[in-house]
Design a protein around this ligand. Structure first.
Ligand code: DAH
Length: 360
């Protein structure tokens, strides 16, 4: 066998044995690269006699052409095989069941849901939302709200105090959302119509009390606001929130330092069955405190109580959430138990609206 024939046999076998495009490229370089075996052979043409060059030259070039063609053909085969392998590995089985999207699996906590419901109801009546910090001064949490220093009313709340500073002043975790009434009246001109949802803190823990809980406060300040307005707003709120056509309410005299007169409000319900039903029955359930804002409070905010008057109310968000959605133990609200939130939570894209239904 001539050199050319044996070289061809060798290269051709290497081409056939290459199983990847990279391996094939190595074969090409070893044959046709600058220092490849065929290239080296071509270089010998220069030192040949013209007759020898004529016969050998044609044979070497023929070898080059055959090898080039075989390389190209093998490359096509390998490319095709690589594509097949990729398609097989990336195949999607469209018959598999669909996995639920994160937006389907997540749940909104009942507290967040109820805050959204409250906001939807009061926004419809022209209220905006105001907020304040969880850490408050004694002045805003108590004094400006007409709790006199050393007055037993301060003991109504079991307060978490911070250590006093050099001046002897103690910050505290706010015991109610009422200090935001003061912040609002000091920073906005009447007419004022706000609701104030937020976290509040008291040193207390049992089935219906947790050290951190949530309240929502309402405040209306204007020149002619009176108890008739307060009563209407609370009635409309209760009907919308508990999603009933009618609900009887009972206003009982009470005491809060920051309102005069002060009242507690009970709503009609039926507690004869396993669940509490609202808007029917002969039982009463207390849901909030309210009253006409005390003239001292209005004065403490730099407003003239002879010109401005108004009313306020406050209620426990956790409590009304428990009542509406039938949850027995408040502590479970803050246990971060996935099973609980799956059962009592709300779907993230079902936003409560008055026209679309609050909880449906
Ligand atoms: N701040 C009261 C509490 O935490 C609730 C309250 C009662 C707020 C009457 C009010 C109100 O604005 O008028 O017990």
């Amino acid at each position: 066998m001539s050199d050319i024939d044996s070289l061809y046999t060798e290269i051709s076998a290497a081409i056939a044995a290459a199983t990847s495009e990279a391996a094939l490229e190595e074969v090409r370089i070893s044959a046709l690269g600058k220092k490849g075996s065929i290239s080296e052979m071509l270089k010998t043409l220069g030192s040949m006699s013209p007759e020898e060059r004529q016969t050998k030259g044609a044979a070497i070039n023929g070898l080059k052409t055959r090898v080039t063609d075989e390389l190209a053909a093998r490359k096509d085969v390998l490319k095709e095989a690589a594509l097949e392998a990729r398609l097989a590995s990336e195949r999607v089985d469209v018959t598999l069941p669909q996995r639920a999207a994160p937006a389907e699996m997540g749940r909104i906590h009942p507290i967040a849901q109820v805050i959204d419901e409250l906001t939807a109801i009061f926004a419809d009546m022209g209220f905006s939302v105001a907020e304040g910090p969880d850490i408050e001064s004694d002045e805003l949490n108590f004094t400006a709200l007409n709790f006199p220093l050393g007055h037993p009313a301060r003991d109504m709340h079991d307060t978490f105090f911070f250590h006093p500073d050099e001046a002897g002043e103690r910050l505290l975790l706010r015991t109610h959302t009422s200090p935001v009434q003061i912040r609002t009246m000091r920073s906005q001109q009447p007419p004022i119509r706000v609701i104030i949802p937020g976290r509040t803190y008291r040193c207390d823990s049992d089935q219906t009390h947790t050290p951190m809980f949530h309240q929502v406060e309402g405040l209306v300040i204007d020149k002619g606001s009176h108890m008739g307005h307060l009563k209407w707003i609370l009635e409309e709120f209760c009907k919308a929130f508990f999603e009933v056509k009618d609900i009887k309410m009972r206003f009982r005299p009470s005491f809060f330092p920051f309102t005069e007169p002060s009242m507690e409000v009970d709503i009609q319900c039926d507690r004869s069955g396993a669940e509490v039903k609202f808007g029917e029955g002969n039982d009463w359930l207390e849901i909030l405190g309210c009253g006409m804002v005390h003239p001292n409070v209005i004065r403490n905010c730099g407003l003239d109580p002879d010109e401005y008057q108004g009313f306020a109310w406050g209620m426990g968000i956790d409590r009304i959430a428990m009542l509406k959605y039938g949850m027995p133990d408040l502590r479970a609200f803050f246990d971060a138990d996935v099973r609980w939130i799956k059962h009592y939570g709300f779907r993230p894209l079902d936003l409560p609206t008055l026209f679309g239904g609050l909880s449906s």
